[in-house]
Design a protein around this ligand. Structure first.
Ligand code: BGC
Length: 734
């Protein structure tokens, strides 16, 4: 078993240098400093819409057109770019700065490459596993702050495509399978980010739930299923998070490209949800001029030469001929400019500063600690007692030096550089489990084996009191996993080690769910996701009990692919024979295929519940080093109250979950998450909590009435520590 470790070598060597990173000042700053803001729209006390109206009135046709497309990618835009994935030109005579768009799903991308530093946070699926709205806000705040430090005024992040497909290569940059959890968490992330005065984003709107053939696939789903699943996550993101931008996705939805889908953009996003910001296309996701503009697309990215793009000269002609009314172009420009005013980037532009790596690392570690999910802990194998442990074998996944990160446009550079591009080798970050564990148990013999030679790994495991096997699954934008089965024969390694040592603990570094055929033979298992720049330190704190784990799964872990709604990913071809031509399916490929989500409403645990399938680990599952008891449920449909008691010997936090089962007439899956609360409890302590229920979360989407409907009838309420462990139940009538 070999692992590409390009990032790791460079990163470890240069970590120290990067921690005193110098900010490379861009030409943009100088340019902006010369801009003398003019006009009454510079009055900060006026509402953003009024300011935008005043500016748009002053604009020439060419200026309006210049706003509705990007100036090209980093390379193409040249000096106008601050180094991000795109830039929308400013209009200096009107005091409007360029919008510098930077990929920053889990930290600011390509920082080291530009001579800067950025914090790698745990992936957003990990942030979702905290179920902690305050931490989601902090997550966004780190990104917002570091964007500004690097003189960007806009993110490209806030991913919330629902995990319909656990093998989707981008699940690590999304928020799991439940629309309410995902929507609430990403809304806080967006708020935290925008409070730093940068423009926030949510993406990829909508149903870009797999990477395979993402620019040719046509998602099929009825309106009710759309509105109650992925679109509900976006609805919460947009209405609660109020992002300045929504990025439309590459795929088609019911026959129309997402970036020219009038139902998605005009009817739902803008009319039903009242979105006031602007819609920008995913990179290269614009297909037409008039159709896209009339369907609600406001900005083509990455744009480039106006003569060659859809929203350049072609749009100007369409406006001049009346095919696209001037009023629509004004609306597009208005949305962009009002977003600039509302976000604060005009009044308080980012001036650039050295990134504080320690501040970012602290938040990254806290989130990693709260995000780790203790999946199994037979006979309380964990936490380890440093005073009693004599020897530990660490096996696999570069656990001597580093932790894994996710790839694609969410890839953050390791300190000093070395991040690979799309499809390149996985990138490892300098956070060493070996060092962190040695620091916790200085008297123990802690040794590492890379896991490439099973016999050697087994020998070390046999000679050690405890064996910790690290397994990993690198994932990235642009490609999906073929299967939930871990690659590189890692299952064999775990089984062999577990057979040699009864105290085997498995640590998983994955972007989402993985199958674990060996789970019955290991003592403990803990999912740490891609845990970020302080991942190893966070893990060591959990292994030795300095932190009591409280993370809960934001997605169902299935036993095997056969239990999923679809056995294989739509459009995925069998592995190519050696020497065969690459399969079609890249961006802009001509042929298409349907992505027919026949499971409809039954996403994630709703599928497993409705189909009576036993998951490996259910949605909401996660153990603690203490135990909790639930009692005293008082359930209504406005609110529920109940008591949780810590029945163990140490302090801990329980994420208590409330699920609702709708009346039979609703024809819904058996239950849905409607509320939750993370409750901190000292040993022996009890707390009674009252959680409000949002009527929308108890409703169904009525396609005929084109609205939400809270049906009359009997509702079931379930309360407990996971979707499959709900000791309290009650009914309530509406
Ligand atoms: C990705 C987006 C990203 C954009 C710019 C696209 O390929 O899908 O998420 O923001 O590139 O890098």
């Amino acid at each position: 078993m070999t692992y590409p470790i390009r990032g790791k070598r460079l990163a470890v060597a240069t970590a120290t240098a990067a921690f005193s990173a110098v900010l490379a000042l861009s030409p943009v700053l100088a340019q902006r400093q010369q801009q003398a803001p003019k006009g009454p729209w510079m009055d900060k006390s006026l509402p953003p819409d009024q300011r935008a109206d005043m500016v748009v009135e002053q604009m020439t046709l060419d200026e309006k057109i210049s706003l509705v497309h990007g100036a090209g990618s980093f390379q193409a835009a040249g000096a106008a770019s601050n180094g991000g994935a795109g830039v929308i030109a400013g209009i200096p005579r009107l005091g409007l700065p360029p919008i510098q768009l930077a990929d920053s799903a889990v930290g600011v991308r390509a920082a080291a490459e530009r001579g800067r530093y950025a914090t790698l946070l745990p992936s957003t699926i990990a942030e979702a596993a905290t179920w902690d709205l305050k931490l989601a806000y902090e997550y966004g705040a780190v990104i917002g702050r570091e964007l500004r430090d690097q003189q960007y005024n806009s993110t490209l992040g806030g991913g919330v495509c629902l995990m319909r497909e656990p093998r989707n290569g981008r699940n690590f940059e999304y928020q799991g399978e439940d629309p309410i959890l995902a929507g609430k968490m990403v809304a806080q992330l967006i708020k935290g980010l925008q409070d730093q005065k940068v423009i926030g984003d949510t993406k990829h709107y909508a149903f870009n739930d797999q990477e395979t053939g993402r620019s040719i696939g046509n998602v099929k789903l009825d309106k009710r299923a759309m509105r109650e699943t992925d679109l509900l996550a976006f609805e919460i993101a947009v209405t609660e998070g109020q992002p300045g931008m929504v990025m439309c996705s590459y795929n088609k939805v019911n026959g129309d490209w997402a970036c020219e889908n009038s139902y998605l953009l005009n009817d739902v996003l803008k009319k039903a949800w009242g979105f006031k910001g602007f819609v920008l296309s995913d990179w290269g996701g614009t297909h037409t001029t008039a159709k896209a503009a009339l369907a609600g697309l406001d900005n083509e990215e990455p744009g480039g030469d106006p003569a060659r793009i859809h929203f350049g000269d072609a749009l100007k002609k369409a406006v001049e001929s009346g095919e696209v009314p001037m009023a629509r172009l004004n609306d597009m420009a208005h949305r962009i400019v009002r977003t600039e005013f509302a976000s604060g980037i005009v009044d308080d532009p980012p001036l650039g500063r050295v990134v504080d790596p320690f501040k970012g690392a602290e938040t990254a570690q806290t989130i990693a600690e709260q995000a780790s999910v203790l999946l199994k802990n037979a006979n309380n194998q964990l936490p380890l007692n440093a005073a009693l442990v004599k020897s530990i074998a660490l096996i696999g996944s570069h656990a001597d030096a580093s932790v894994l990160s996710g790839g694609g446009s969410a890839q953050v550079d390791p300190p000093g550089g070395g991040a690979s591009r799309y499809g390149g080798p996985a990138v490892w970050f300098p956070s060493s489990p070996l060092k962190a564990i040695r620091a916790k148990a200085p008297k123990a013999k802690v040794e590492y084996n890379e896991g490439t030679d099973t016999a050697a790994a087994v020998a070390l495991a046999k000679a050690s009191q405890i064996a910790i096997v690290f397994v990993n699954e690198p994932t990235s934008e642009g490609q999906d996993m073929r299967s939930l089965t871990l690659t590189n024969k890692q299952d064999d390694l775990v089984s062999a080690v577990a057979a040699a040592n009864p105290h085997t603990i498995v640590v998983l570094e994955t972007g989402g769910p993985a199958a674990m055929p060996w789970i019955g033979s290991v003592g403990a298992a803990i999912e740490i996701w891609y845990p970020g720049i302080k991942g190893a330190e966070a893990l060591a704190n959990i292994l030795f009990g300095d932190v009591n784990p409280s993370g809960k799964l934001p997605a169902t872990f299935a036993k095997a692919d056969a239990d999923l709604p679809h056995l294989t990913i739509f459009g995925m071809r069998p592995p190519a024979a050696p020497g065969a031509a690459a399969p079609a399916g890249g961006r802009g490929a001509p042929a298409g295929f349907d992505v027919d989500y026949t499971e409809g409403l039954k996403v994630g645990y709703k599928w497993f519940d409705a189909e009576n399938k036993e998951p490996l680990f259910p949605f909401g599952h996660g153990l603690s080093y203490t135990t909790f008891a639930y009692s005293g449920l008082k359930a209504g449909l406005d609110s529920v109250s109940f008591t949780v008691r810590n029945t163990g010997k140490r302090a801990g936090a329980e994420i208590a979950q409330v699920y609702a089962g709708l009346p039979t007439a609703a024809q819904e899956p058996p239950k849905r998450l409607v509320a939750w609360e993370k409750i901190q409890l000292a040993a022996g302590e009890s707390k009674t909590v009252t959680l409000k229920l949002d009527p929308k979360f108890l409703s169904i989407f009525n396609e005929q009435k084109d609205g939400w409907e809270f049906l009359p009838g009997e509702y079931k309420l379930f309360v407990g520590g996971s979707s499959r462990s709900t000791p309290l139940t009650a009914t309530a009538t509406h």
